[in-house]
Design a protein around this ligand. Structure first.
Ligand SMILES: [Zn+2]
Ligand SMILES: [Zn+2]
Length: 488
């Protein structure tokens, strides 16, 4: 396939294409497969940008991604893992994207360890070479899951069961965090996943440092887990057996965070200088603990520091948020930088968003899609003009609306609804003429219903619809969240 679409002499395999995901390759794949660009991007490691790491680093190492050590077309390092059970259960075998991540050591579905070399000849896994040069392998449709070097069928690999239940739990937790983009961690119900993973990466650098390791050896808690020989170059360069050992240690140290870790700090006299890892900035959930317990000390925050924290939040997340700043730095910096605090959405921006929805309405021939967009328009206008939160919108009935806005005016679609009365007129019209097209259940009283569930929206679905509308209108900067929309 590669020879056909990229040409026989293309340099496609001389690079880590999963990681680099070159735009031209993605474009061609979109063209030949009919998948849209978003689907193609989801198959790449670049798509973890913003949830797992901040910037995808095209040259050199990338945090959390195990390198392949590519030399010409061959891979010198085992950077791709696999679960033999997953591969053998697949109708069309494929390698999972997370099998390139340094925190993947086990398959949570099958309760077994992942492997990263051929069990027979110990060659790294190189699926592209199985087809191109595997001896004794017949070409077939679908992916070849034989060792390129000795033709061993990887699906026949003996499964190594994980005995340690907490290791599987930790693995599952990391995967869910990555999927969701947030995690309930360190007393923060919805910590941004990148804040969590950044801290975890620094934490790993800290506990694997040579001096911390020497001190940890004294602890009875760790039951002889040894990270002797851990590479100075960091987690991504550690061998799979080493990473397994590390995650065994993490199950103990991360449990009941931060209590177990604090006990270890005192038992082994761990030091701040050894625990502080590699970068200059550590998320507060980790930094706070090691400063307090391992003697780093605190200094009062200055305007300059507050500015630096705010700037770092903005580059990472696209806009400033007091909550993210607190999760990153542990400080409430809002008093230092009042000018950065989010401003309510302006009336012009309100109109821009509704106009963008109008354009979408005009652009679709699908009747249901149109009805959904009209519903969104009326719903967002109601949220804005009546100052309703997502939950209040979800529960809004016609009776409630009439109670909120007792006065009636004639409906006018030539203009954007700018008063509660105009919104009521829109909603009355919507109730009579449009709502039925979304086929709400007969006893459903809420004004705004989901076409999928046929009942009232959940507040999170309203949030998701809103975000989508904002993205389509390219107003993310002007409308950072729904909160800014309705709190005028
Ligand atoms: Zn599996
Ligand atoms: Zn082999």
């Amino acid at each position: 396939m590669c020879a056909l679409i990229f040409g026989r002499d293309s340099t496609i395999w001389n690079r880590d294409i999963d990681r680099l995901a070159p735009q031209n390759v993605a474009n061609i794949l979109t063209h030949v497969t009919g998948a849209d660009i978003a689907q193609v991007e989801k198959t790449t490691l670049r798509a973890y940008e913003g949830t797992l790491f901040e910037h995808h680093n095209a040259n050199g190492m990338c945090r959390w991604i195990v390198p392949l050590g590519i030399f010409h077309r061959s891979r010198r390092r085992p950077g791709l893992m696999f679960c033999p059970q997953c591969l053998s259960e697949d109708a069309n075998p494929y390698f999972r994207r997370c099998w390139r991540l340094a925190f993947s050591t086990a398959c949570t579905k099958h309760g077994c360890y992942l492997l990263d070399t051929c069990p027979k000849c110990e060659s790294p896994i190189e699926p592209h070479r199985s087809d191109m040069q595997g001896r004794g392998i017949l070409p077939q449709t679908g992916l070849n899951v034989h060792c390129w070097n000795c033709s061993f069928d990887l699906r026949a690999t003996r499964k190594i069961e994980v005995i340690n239940e907490s290791l599987l739990q930790l693995q599952a937790r990391l995967e869910i965090t990555l999927d969701n983009g947030y995690v309930d961690w360190a007393g923060n119900l919805a910590m941004h996943s990148m804040v969590f993973f950044d801290g975890l990466r620094e934490f790993i650098a800290g506990v694997t440092s040579k001096r911390t390791q020497d001190r940890l050896m004294k602890s009875a808690k760790l039951g002889g887990i040894s990270l002797k020989g851990w590479p100075r170059t960091g987690l991504e360069m550690a061998s799979l057996p080493m990473r397994r050992e590390l995650f065994r240690l993490l199950t103990i140290v991360l449990e009941d965070w931060p209590d177990n870790f604090i006990e270890l700090i005192h038992e082994c006299k761990l030091r701040y200088a050894d625990l502080k890892g590699e970068s200059d900035q550590r998320p507060y959930w980790y930094e706070g603990v090691i400063r307090r317990e391992a003697g780093g000390g605190y200094a009062p925050i200055s305007k300059v520091e507050a500015e630096a924290i705010a700037a770092s939040v903005e580059t990472r997340y696209g806009h400033f948020s007091v909550d993210v700043a607190r999760a990153l730095s542990g400080r409430d910096i809002s008093a230092h930088i009042p000018e950065r605090l989010p401003q309510p959405v302006l009336d012009e921006v309100y109109e821009d968003l509704l106009t963008s929805i109008d354009h979408q309405i005009a652009g679709t021939l699908d009747k249901t899609e149109r009805a959904c967009l009209i519903r969104d328009k009326v719903m967002f206008a109601a949220g804005r003009q009546l100052g309703l939160s997502e939950s209040e919108l979800a529960e809004l009935t016609l009776d409630r609306l009439r109670a909120l806005v007792p006065d009636e005016v004639a409906v006018d679609f030539s203009d954007v609804a700018r008063t509660p009365e105009q919104v009521r007129a829109w909603a009355e019209w919507y109730w009579k003429k449009m709502r039925i097209q979304l086929r709400p259940q007969i006893d459903e009283e809420s004004l705004f219903t989901s076409v999928r569930t046929r009942s009232r929206f959940s507040h999170s679905s309203i949030g998701a619809r809103f975000q989508k509308a904002v993205d389509v209108a390219m107003l993310r900067k002007e409308i950072p969240s729904y909160k800014h929309w309705f709190e005028v």
